[in-house]
Design a protein around this ligand. Structure first.
Ligand code: SF4
Ligand code: SF4
Length: 388
């Protein structure tokens, strides 16, 4: 029988392999919140079987189900039948997008990226407002180094929405005397949100950025953004060659620590837990580097949440959920904050600005007497706060 849909050509066997065992349900953050079986991978595979049998068509209603997913990949790792739920969902989104069923809030994000170069529809000139004064001035006056060993790529959320990540990141690199430059106001969104919504514009966005990055002649790129890191290392290779080595800040900081170029001597007294961002953990297998950094901080007691590393519960902010259904994203984050409270953590550290943002919002929904003084930080802040 000829496949009617693109997703069918690629994933028909996997979809048919789903035995409805329900193992994926136990790890799905959407199910944990909604208790709606139709929204976990099992439910989605049942719907796709009906689509392939011609019983139902792609529709707005179906789109609501398929865009209600954080693409956290937790289901992929628990499925005994090898069904890659998140990949299938991403593929179906491409088809839904092509057929005009992408949700309007995501189309708004698309337009911001394509017109303004960032997800917030902000001016590109504002991208450098968060730089430390000296670097900001150089970026403003066009005096940034045109060539340097290392290119720093900040990402949209750390640039526009977070007060601490970019200054902390730069302070740590200055302390290690890293020879760096940035794209300044020429930095644009990596295009990850376009990919997640299924937009074919992802490819052209990526190609333009690849050209800009290659033109710097840098030997390596470092980013504090987990989404950018995942995009550069797992999605761009299908499109073009960045021509340099890509590091996430947790990998780079660990390297600087091992080389003795930075030292963490400031004391942190308290119980700290690390939240694995899906885009670093399950996606890129980065689990130990951030923990190795935290273990080097004097006084810091690193404790693990019951669900950690490959089994970590998603904070709820990925997959476009923060734009598509922000209330649901925040409620999922509250569940993750409760995981941390359960083990007595006083600080949650993550390596993803989107996780930090969403977890902070989630924490605020928990009554003060339950959440106590729990703090949520990015690892760049923890490193800078404890630098020798
Ligand atoms: S764990 Fe795999 S086989 Fe079982 S219901 Fe989920 S997707 Fe289907
Ligand atoms: S990718 Fe995550 S949110 Fe989406 S269905 Fe799988 S477990 Fe649920």
């Amino acid at each position: 029988m000829q496949a009617k849909y693109e997703f069918e050509k690629k994933y028909r066997d996997q979809i048919l392999r789903c035995s409805s065992c329900g193992f994926c349900q136990a790890v799905c953050p959407i199910f944990a919140l909604t208790l709606r079986p139709a929204l976990n991978t099992r439910g989605k595979m049942l719907l796709l079987k009906e689509v392939m049998d011609g019983q139902i068509e792609l529709s707005q209603e179906l789109a609501d189900t398929f865009y209600t997913c954080t693409t956290c990949q937790a289901c992929n790792y628990t499925c005994p039948a090898g069904v890659e739920g998140s990949e299938i969902i991403e593929e179906v989104r491409k088809e839904l997008y092509r057929d005009g069923f992408a949700p309007p809030p995501l189309l708004g994000v698309r337009d911001s990226i394509l017109k303004q170069g960032n997800v917030f529809a902000s001016a590109q000139e504002e991208r450098i407002e968060i730089y430390p004064p000296e670097l900001r001035e150089k970026a403003r006056t066009g005096e940034l180094k045109s060539n340097a060993e290392t290119l720093l790529f900040m990402g949209c959320l750390p640039s526009y929405m977070d007060m601490k990540i970019v200054p902390s990141f730069i302070k740590a690199l200055d302390s290690a005397q890293v020879d760096y430059t940035t794209l300044g106001t020429q930095e644009t969104c990596c295009g990850f949100p376009l990919y997640l919504m299924g937009s074919e514009e992802f490819e052209s966005q990526a190609k333009k950025l690849i050209d800009k990055i290659r033109a710097t002649g840098a030997r390596e790129l470092v980013t504090p953004c987990a989404g950018c890191y995942k995009t550069f290392t797992t999605l761009y290779p299908e499109i073009g060659d960045l021509g340099l080595e890509v590091y996430h800040s947790v990998q780079y900081f660990e390297k600087l620590l091992c080389e003795g170029r930075i030292k963490l001597t400031g004391e942190v007294v308290g119980k700290v837990t690390y939240h694995d961002p899906c885009d670093l953990g399950r996606s890129c297998n980065i689990f130990e580097e951030p923990r190795n950094i935290l273990k080097k901080i004097p006084g810091l007691e690193l404790i693990e949440m019951a669900r950690n590393r490959l089994d970590a519960r998603c904070c709820g902010g990925g997959g476009g959920m923060q734009a598509y259904n922000p209330e649901m994203a925040v409620d999922m984050a509250a569940l993750r904050v409760r995981d941390a409270l359960e083990v007595g953590a006083e600080i949650i550290v993550s390596g993803c600005s989107a996780c930090k943002d969403n977890l902070r919002k989630g924490a605020r929904t928990i009554p003060r007497e339950e959440r106590g003084k729990i703090k949520i930080m990015d690892i760049t802040e923890m490193v800078t706060d404890t630098l020798a």
